[in-house]
Design a protein around this ligand. Structure first.
Ligand code: GLA
Length: 725
């Protein structure tokens, strides 16, 4: 068992292969965190309960006495609001008296093999109960009757723990949750740098690193989705930690809505990190007997640097988050019509794309935005999910038949959670969009957001989608979401429940997506939100891949892909070769290979020379698929650190094959680059698949690989493959 209860010390010990975590039931049943860090053998460590007590007007619990313990500075396992702990709280519940003092104490626990799922919400899962153990700690506020279950699941061999909380109203009166976080971690120092992923449309997930400072810092979204602006990921890396060395904590929230990930460093120089639903614009009423489930947070600790933290996330998401047929089955290589045609296409053009694509070895044609209602630009028709027969005479069936006859599969685009003011749906239901009475709602890309927190709205959209999907042979769906949510209100929610809207909206989205993947389990599903505006673990639970960015310039993509890889695996990163860039096709391909790979261009416009390059890329895609999708990523030289070049490496799980890619962003000063490789077996001998040269893993990791002659100028790149002799 990876979870032990030490009855003598009243401690819980949770062990993964890379971390230990110790919780103590202290006097008066306060729950404290004694340790989270590198593996240690003890089930108890002394001296942590009363961390630098009474340092600054801190308060004492009179039953325990003023002998040192105070909730103000103690490492609280799940800090609550208003009862002597003045740091940012994980939980605040307003009770029937109207106050928000919340004070939960341990009442019991349960340890078992396996992991329960969260009803109606995405989460990581066990393939087999033996993969993980779960601890449920029960804690109660005796005054208000609020009961909390803290869930901890330990995926020991993965180096991962997951956490979440359930809040239950066991009293006879209504109460309201004001804030409920999924995790709270109290660390004894603030000697860390915080790494977050910030961005915007076409510049997603830039990795930003800064030392923790006293006070609050972190990442948040109030946009209704996880967003381009900040990702629900935070790492704390000890000062000086790099890709290969140092203590690193990684935290990622399995949630697609408004989130908050905050660290507070107090006057004692300790750090509290909380992660969960953003309490701004949130509230949740609980009638007697009702409960609320906060989403799941994933936690990783390693002593082996930021690179290993990322690899732990990657392996874990590939095995315990991504689901369904396409988790393990090779995904078809696609060409998407968007950048090739935008809204300007018809059956003949699409069939012509398919014909040409087939010659290049491409396996699926995706018809992007513009096939439905009267959609000839982005001003109309969202919500009218019936075929535009002016573009596609006879509907989808004849088109799909012809695309299939060319030997290609067929995919389609949807944006189910949106409505255009100029649409049949809006005429029929002018109150179905997200809005509040009396205000003119904001427009984004000429569209409103559809209120999918409502069951009747979801049912309408689902019926429209079902009509298309059940009658046609659709192999793939791109599910888009092209604006953020303002004017948050739902016509059906009473005034005292309006704050529930944002979370209810997300639950509605999950419900629709779940219906899709369970009714049509064979459809490959790719998520998208104006590129990568909803790139989060919750979406990965439904769709194994997510379009990483609308920016397909390969140099820009380096930053996006390096940042995204902080916690998301290559198998999930939608990456395509497009026509819109001055950089050559070789480099476009070498960069896009890192992700799910595909094309975003008019194949008829390729020159003969470009078409030959594409054919070679297609062959390389097949050859390197397993290495990239299931291999380990090493970020050897990051564009965030080096203005000249980016270098990365994929190593197969058996360490019997690897590839190294170099992209030059700025003309090199020196014509050669020597890079020390990582993750190889030092005793194995590897052959360069192009030159035949053989050298040991030790050589390549200690002396380094000489690269770069072929990638001297900016925009040039090279890839080398090695396999075990
Ligand atoms: C978003 C997506 C694009 C494309 C367009 C269509 O911007 O990111 O890839 O699908 O919508 O309108």
């Amino acid at each position: 068992m990876s979870i032990i209860y030490d009855a003598q010390n009243k401690t819980f010990k949770l062990d993964t292969k890379t971390s230990s975590y110790i919780i103590k039931v202290y006097d008066e049943n306060y729950l404290l965190n004694l340790y989270y860090g590198a593996p240690i053998p003890e089930t108890y460590i002394s001296g942590r309960e009363m961390r630098r007590p009474n340092a600054s007007f801190s308060l004492a619990n009179p039953v325990i006495g003023e002998h040192g313990f105070t909730p103000d500075t103690a490492p609280m396992e799940y800090g609550c609001n208003g009862a002597g702990d003045f740091r940012i709280s994980a939980l605040s519940v307003r009770n029937a008296n109207g106050d928000s003092v919340t004070d939960i104490r341990y009442v019991g626990h349960k340890i078992y093999a396996g992991k329960p799922q969260i009803p109606g919400q995405p989460s990581t899962y066990v393939n087999d109960a033996s993969e993980a153990d779960t601890l449920e700690i029960y804690a109660e506020d005796k005054v208000t009757g609020v009961r909390v279950t803290l869930y901890y699941t330990v995926f020991s061999t993965c180096g991962v723990m997951t956490r979440r909380a359930r809040v239950e109203n066991t009293s006879s009166c209504e109460c309201e949750i004001e804030r409920v976080f999924s995790l709270c971690v109290d660390l004894p120092t603030m000697d860390y740098d915080m790494i977050t992923l910030y961005g915007r449309h076409c510049r997603e997930r830039d990795a930003e690193r800064r030392p923790l400072a006293h006070g609050l810092q972190g990442a948040e979204s109030k946009r209704g989705v996880s967003s381009h602006a900040q990702n629900p990921f935070v790492a704390l890396a000890e000062h000086g930690a790099d890709e290969r060395h140092g203590d690193v904590y990684g935290f990622n929230l399995v949630y697609s809505g408004n989130f908050s990930a905050l660290a507070e460093c107090d006057f004692n120089g300790t750090t509290r990190l909380i992660m969960g639903i953003n309490p701004v614009d949130f509230g949740w009423k609980l009638a007697p007997g009702e409960y609320f489930d906060a989403p799941e947070a994933v936690m990783v600790f390693t002593e082996e640097g930021i690179g290993e933290m990322s690899r732990i996330f990657h392996r874990f998401y590939n095995s315990n988050l991504i689901r369904g047929r396409w988790k393990t089955e090779k995904r078809p290589l696609l060409i998407n019509s968007w950048e090739a045609a935008y809204f300007d296409f018809d059956t003949e053009k699409l069939v012509a794309f398919a014909k040409e694509a087939k010659k290049l070895g491409i396996e699926m044609l995706v018809m992007d935005d513009g096939w439905f209602g009267k959609r000839n630009d982005d001003t109309t028709s969202l919500g009218d999910w019936f075929v535009n027969e002016e573009k596609l005479p006879g509907g989808l069936a004849p088109l799909i038949e012809r695309v299939n006859a060319e030997g290609l599969k067929f995919g389609i685009w949807y944006e189910p959670e949106m409505i255009s003011p100029e649409s049949e749906l809006f005429k029929a239901h002018p109150d179905w969009h997200v809005h509040v009475d009396g205000r003119v709602p904001m427009l984004g890309r000429h569209q409103y957001v559809l209120d999918v927190s409502r069951e009747d709205v979801r049912e309408n959209i689902w019926q429209q989608m079902y009509e298309v999907l059940s009658r046609n042979k659709i192999d793939y769906i791109k599910w888009d979401f092209n604006r953020n949510i303002s004017d948050a209100g739902s016509a059906l929610l009473p005034a005292d429940r309006k704050k529930e809207f944002f979370h209810r909206f997300i639950l509605g989205t999950y419900d629709l997506m779940n219906r899709l993947v369970t009714t049509f389990p064979d459809i490959l599903f790719e998520n998208c939100s104006g590129g990568g505006g909803r790139f989060d673990p919750a979406m990965l639970y439904y769709s194994p891949q997510i379009w990483a960015s609308d920016n397909t310039d390969p140099i820009e993509r380096l930053y996006i892909q390096f940042g995204t890889s902080m916690c998301y695996p290559a198998s999930s990163m939608g990456a395509h070769v497009s026509a819109c860039s001055r950089t050559g096709y070789e480099t476009k391909g070498n960069v896009a290979l890192w992700g799910t790979f595909g094309y975003e261009l008019d194949p008829r416009k390729l020159t003969a020379e470009e078409a030959e390059i594409v054919k070679k890329q297609v062959a390389e895609y097949h050859d390197s698929y397993d290495l990239i999708h299931y291999g380990d990523l090493y970020r050897l030289v990051s564009p965030f650190d080096n203005p000249y070049r980016a270098i990365w490496q994929f190593v197969s799980p058996k360490k019997d094959r690897f590839m190294v890619t170099l992209v030059t962003m700025r003309r090199q000063a020196d014509k050669k680059v020597i890079v020390k490789l990582q993750g190889l077996d030092p005793d194995k001998r590897y052959r360069n698949e192009t030159t035949g040269e053989v050298c040991s893993g030790a050589w390549l990791m200690k002396a380094g690989l000489v690269l770069g002659y072929a990638a001297y100028e900016s925009g040039e790149s090279c890839v080398v493959y090695f396999s075990e002799v």
